[in-house]
Write a protein that binds this ligand. Structure first.
Ligand SMILES: Nc1ncnc2c1ncn2[C@@H]1O[C@H](COP(=O)(O)OP(=O)(O)OP(=O)(O)O)[C@@H](O)[C@H]1O
Length: 257
């Protein structure tokens, strides 16, 4: 599916009743099978934009539309930083939750649940409860739950930022393996520039106050294996370019923190 974001603005009213322009004139597309990463300093509107694409917030102006599907409401799989698994449900029951909601028959729920639990590497933990899982395993369960409804688009908002560095690296690699199997169009939000270059086909750099697109960078490296020695220089060049675009805004954001 292709997602088109056209002329999107978003204004909020803050606690002092002042109008805040969170996003201004945002235009981009997410093509079939593409991973688009939104990157930018704190407060530049990344989450707001992801929530607008996901239909959780409406834009003040502009629109988001979905091409290549006949469904009026496309299926969206959403993964947040803090995965809200139901504590009283097992991994399996959490993963198939969306299928239950949609009235999918039991046999199909079981097959799909099993398939996606296997895809995220949680086979053997079907009957575990969230409190028995590590942070990385909870994120895996959350990803399986998002995939289980077989979405047209995957939306991920800093899904690995609460994880330790090693787990995060492993999860990034696994996300690409999962992408390779599902080929899902994905919108991925991160603060982390290395992560953006590692995962993105395109990286959208947002500036802040108001959140505007500063640049859209095509990452012209193979999707799988771009962290290998062979591409190190090019990888770092992209990372430097993005940091150059963000540095000033990130420093300003720190002053306000
Ligand atoms: N519900 C709201 N009411 C008022 N202002 C809001 C609301 N949600 C977001 N904002 C403002 O909109 C701007 C963008 O916020 P948003 O959370 O989208 O940024 P972000 O880039 O995701 O930040 P972070 O990386 O820190 O999560 C900020 O100035 C924020 O204070």
């Amino acid at each position: 599916m292709r997602i088109v974001v056209e002329n999107v603005d978003k204004k909020f009213v803050d606690n002092n009743k002042r109008e805040v322009t969170a996003l201004e004139n945002i235009n981009f597309t997410i093509n079939e099978e593409e991973i688009v990463v939104l990157v930018g300093p704190s407060g530049c509107g990344k989450s707001t934009l992801l929530n607008i694409v996901g239909g959780l917030l409406s834009p003040t102006n502009g629109q988001v539309y979905f091409e290549g599907t006949n469904d009026i409401e496309p299926n969206l799989g959403i993964v947040f930083q803090e995965i809200a698994l139901f504590p009283w449900r097992t991994v399996f029951e959490n993963v198939i939750y969306g299928l239950e909601e949609r009235g999918v028959p039991k046999k199909e729920r079981e097959e799909k649940g099993k398939y996606y639990i296997d895809m995220v590497g949680l086979t053997g933990f079907e009957n575990a409860y969230p409190k028995q899982l590590s942070g990385g395993m909870k994120q895996r369960a959350g990803i399986a739950r998002a995939l289980c409804i077989e979405p047209h688009l995957l939306l991920m908002d800093e899904p690995f930022s609460a994880l330790d560095a090693q787990t995060r690296t492993i999860m990034q690699e696994e996300l690409l393996t999962i992408w390779n199997r599902t080929r899902l169009s994905t919108l991925y939000v991160t603060h982390n520039i290395q992560e953006a270059v590692y995962l993105g086909d395109r990286v959208i750099v947002l500036s802040r106050h108001p959140g505007k697109i500063k640049s859209i960078i095509n990452i012209d490296l193979p999707k799988i294996g771009r962290d290998s020695e062979q591409y190190r220089d090019q990888f770092e060049k992209y990372a430097d370019e993005i940091w150059g675009l963000i540095r000033h805004d990130a420093q300003e954001a720190l002053k306000e923190a």
